[in-house]
Design a binder for this molecule. Structure first.
Ligand SMILES: [Zn+2]
Length: 876
């Protein structure tokens, strides 16, 4: 088989490995003694050299060259990245291991899930198996050290012939993702090359460095919305459950030089304790090897706490993987940064000063800090993890077995015993989306072919059961169970101020998605069948005398409506319920070709049911609205990127509006709705740091003029004129302040200027009431959950002569708001509005105070956005 055949899509990877075993062995003998080209020869500079950055296309070429010249590396192309660049996985190991990769994968799978296996089998697997370690590079594309280092690491592993290297290759399958974000790698390299040698050299990338997610790509591991996350989830959660995983990042420039494992406090419970011990074990060896190499400034057990968001390195411990992180001090991309000794400081969490302590015995002394310093330290850390695992192969593999076995036992004896996902859901199609996301995590799910009764409740046929008696019980617990952030001396300081969690205080998938999940204390005894593949529901079509009805409670109904619009098929929306059949918010499709309707039902999973009565009087025809999405520079706005993802996924066409487009005025001629994603007013208007200018400028003014953000008063005026002449302005969370402050809306944000001791809600789910009779809340349940971040808003209406022109679409209840996360001072927002519509001239401003489409994860509240994008201001 030729080299080119290695280009293969994700599906056939394993088949390919199986088929190509013998071919790889044959190749091994052919290329023995062949010279391996060094990175320096290939790229023309040393990795990490000042002002030099290798670009992804050349790296891909280099990895393929390595594969051609060495039997110790195999390049697998997982498929295209979001923007169509190749996403690579490199398998590096001894040729004899690469020749039996599928066999080794199966041994690894048995150790990671030993249910039903006897001890002697385990002994054999421990003896025959190999340690699997995954390391990923430069997920955050401006954190360039990892992708540059990876080139040298791969070269060293395949070219060095010493005993230490041989031991690693013999005992470890090293699966390296040389760039977690190839698109971003290219964006940042091109940007850097454009600015190097100018006064803007080393300035950060001005937009999102992932097409949709930017920095938030690391918040996607549990929902796997991006293809990059999907590839890594397949490798790490399903095909290969590695024993250890390291994600290489950069941090700020002025604290330690390199953070290595383990994490600081607090940790998140419900993983096997061995996993935390393993992280300390790997981390100690990494730090030890750094000191041995004479590299200063290494800290462990500080700065990064063990309770983080569910990015890959923080969710892996609950997959029984020692999931770790390194964080290098940043230079200015590839340009050196001079740091005075007195500029160096401690970091958050257990590194109070930049002074020697047991976890930081050798502080760096200041001076020039270079990309090469980062590459060297990262390479030692990456290598050290491989080294210690190789020296202790059998211990590592036996512990993989022990973790899986003990977690399964805990799940079997603890409470809850299982989570039941009832077939009776407000939005059953979104429930299947959630089931598919759980399958992507490699979680075992069972489905009931018939209805059953459990703990006094009847569950319909098709209900799902997720038993806790499986190795991944920790993941299940956190994605489906209620979560309370710990409140203790690690999370609240001596003055009683809460310390911000690293990200969200809870990441409960079921709550975000609005899917009802019941924890049950006893194992479910009903007949169940294992779900073996993602569920792809196909909608049923039954034509009536007056066409079809689509259930307006389904998120996918909006996708169907957009597809109907695409085909020019008329759609109506029901405003008044009539009979059993029609609820306010349902969609009516009076006509359309049978094949178009069947196509859309198949694509969306939405049922088209028969409409037998004329409902023209109680419904109105919908028009496709013209949507504008505001976007700015200054690193881009992740909420904007995620919103684009949601709109595209559900078929809403939109145009992007940059500052210049907003300022050009006459917006009402081209748009019906303009969205302002969550953002600070100063960021949108461009008011921040007016004093910062010249060569020492910081913030937006440090960018070249064409990349400086801010629509200015001109832009604000244009938006105001747009609303006055009939447009809808939709604001998310803190962006609401732009309309309140600049347009003079009679609203007060109840959370504004509250000290954190008075009000604190850092990424929690809150019980919320919806007025589902209002067109903007059509299809919502009476009560649901809103995802609320620290900077989000709740509204009080100031008394004016026109209180009637303000409508409350959603509001918080009187008490017991917190479902999951952390909430201090619920009285501040209790009974306040969470979403309002304010008439303004001929148009209106719709303010959603919380994150209704947060990271494309909060499916439970997507409809509030979709409704606003489907109904003009005439429908108050
Ligand atoms: Zn990072």
């Amino acid at each position: 088989m030729t080299k080119q055949s290695v280009r293969t899509r994700i599906g056939p990877v394993l088949l390919f490995l199986l088929l190509c075993g013998p071919a790889l062995t044959a190749r091994a003998s052919e290329v023995q003694g062949q010279q391996v080209t060094s990175p320096e020869e290939f790229f023309g500079f040393q990795m990490g050299a000042d002002r030099m950055m290798a670009r992804w296309d050349k790296m891909v070429e280099y990895y393929k060259l390595l594969e051609n010249s060495s039997p110790k590396i195999k390049v697998v192309e997982m498929g295209p990245s979001t923007l169509g660049n190749p996403f690579l996985a490199l398998f590096i190991s001894a040729p004899t291991n690469l020749a039996r990769l599928d066999d080794l994968r199966q041994i690894n799978a048995q150790l990671s899930d030993p249910r039903g296996m006897a001890e002697p089998q385990i002994d054999r697997f421990v003896a025959d198996g190999k340690v699997v370690i995954i390391q990923t590079m430069s997920l955050h594309a401006t954190e360039i050290g990892g992708s540059q280092m990876a080139v040298e690491l791969a070269y060293d592993l395949v070219s060095r012939t010493d005993e230490e290297t041989q031991r690693i290759l013999d005992n470890v399958i090293f699966l390296m993702i040389p760039s977690f974000n190839p698109d971003g790698q290219i964006m940042v390299t091109d940007w850097y090359r454009e600015t190097v040698g100018t006064e803007y050299e080393g300035v950060g990338y001005p937009s999102l460095y992932h097409h949709y997610t930017g920095h938030d790509n690391n918040r996607d591991a549990f929902q796997t919305n991006t293809v990059e996350s999907q590839y890594v989830a397949q490798l790490m959660f399903r095909d290969w459950i590695p024993q250890a995983y390291i994600d290489h990042h950069h941090m700020g420039s002025y604290t330690a030089r390199l953070y290595v494992p383990p994490y600081a406090e607090p940790i998140r419970p419900f993983s096997d304790p061995l996993v935390w011990r393993e992280m300390s074990w790997y981390g100690a060896h990494i730090a030890y090897k750094e000191e041995e190499a004479g590299l200063s400034g290494i800290v462990n057990a500080a700065i990064y706490g063990g309770w983080g968001h569910f990015g890959f390195h923080w969710i892996t411990p609950f997959h029984n993987i020692a999931g770790m992180l390194t964080e290098s001090a940043s230079a200015r991309l590839a340009s050196p940064l001079f740091i005075h000794p007195d500029q160096l400081e401690g970091g958050r969490r257990q590194l109070p000063e930049h002074e020697a302590q047991t976890t930081f015995p050798n502080p760096w002394q200041g001076g020039w800090w270079r990309l090469r310093d980062i590459v060297e330290r990262q390479k030692v850390s990456a290598w050290a993890a491989l080294d210690i695992a190789a020296r202790n192969k059998e211990t590592v593999l036996r512990n993989a077995y022990l973790k899986a076995k003990r977690q399964t036992e805990r799940g079997a004896t603890g409470k809850p015993a299982a989570f039941v996902i009832s077939a009776a859901q407000h939005d059953p199609l979104t429930a299947t989306v959630m089931v598919n996301k759980l399958l992507a995590q490699g979680i075992d799910i069972q489905q009931a072919p018939q209805s059953f009764t459990h703990e006094g409740k009847v569950y319909g046929a098709g209900s799902f059961v997720v038993s806790m008696a499986q190795p991944k019980m920790g993941v299940i617990r956190w994605l489906l169970g209620r979560t309370f952030y710990p409140v203790n001396s690690y999370t609240v300081d001596g003055q009683g101020n809460p310390i911000r969690p690293y990200d969200m205080a809870a990441d409960v998938m079921a709550e975000f998605m609005g899917v009802r999940v019941d924890p049950v204390d006893q194992a479910v005894e009903a007949t169940l069948a294992r779900v073996t593949a993602p569920i792809e529901p196909v909608g049923e079509v039954t034509k009536g005398n007056h066409g079809y009805v689509i259930d307006g409670r389904l998120n996918h109904a909006f996708q169907a409506v957009n597809l109907l619009f695409d085909k020019g098929i008329a759609v109506r929306r029901v405003d008044q319920p009539s009979g059993e059949m029609l609820q306010a918010g349902d969609f009516i499709v009076p006509g359309g070709s049978d094949s178009d309707i069947a196509d859309i039902a198949r694509q969306t999973g939405v049922d088209f049911t028969a409409l037998e009565r004329d409902a023209t009087a109680t419904s109105r025809e919908l028009e496709r609205l013209r949507i504008g999405m505001y976007q700015r520079y200054y690193g881009g706005n992740m909420d904007e990127g995620w919103t684009r993802w949601v709109l595209e996924h559900y078929g809403f066409p939109y145009s992007t509006l940059m500052d210049a487009d907003i300022k050009s005025g006459e917006l009402a001629e081209d748009y019906d709705v303009i969205i302002l994603p969550a953002d600070r007013v100063s960021g949108m208007v461009g008011e921040q740091e007016p004093e910062s200018r010249g060569p020492y400028a910081s913030g937006p003014r440090s960018y070249p003029p064409e990349y400086r953000s801010g629509m200015g008063q001109e832009g604000v005026d244009a938006l105001q004129a747009f609303v006055e002449s009939g447009g809808t302005l939709l604001t998310f969370a803190e962006a609401g302040s732009l309309a309140i402050e600049k347009f003079g809306l009679p609203l007060r944000n109840a959370t504004e200027n509250r000290p954190s001791t008075e009000f604190w809600c850092p990424g929690s789910t809150l019980r919320t009431k919806f007025d589902k009779a209002h067109p903007l809340a059509y299809g919502m349940p009476d009560e649901g959950l809103a995802t609320f971040l620290a900077s989000n808003q709740a509204y009080e209406i100031e008394p004016t002569a026109h209180n009637d022109r303000i409508e409350i679409i959603a509001s918080f209840p009187e008490r017991d708001l917190l479902q999951s996360g952390w909430l201090i001072g619920e009285d501040v927002i209790a009974e306040k509005a969470a979403m309002v519509s304010v008439e303004y001239g001929q148009g209106r401003v719709v303010l959603i105070g919380f994150r209704a489409q947060h990271r494309a994860q909060t499916h439970g509240t997507f409809k509030l956005v979709f409704n606003t994008l489907l109904s003009g201001p005439e429908h108050h």
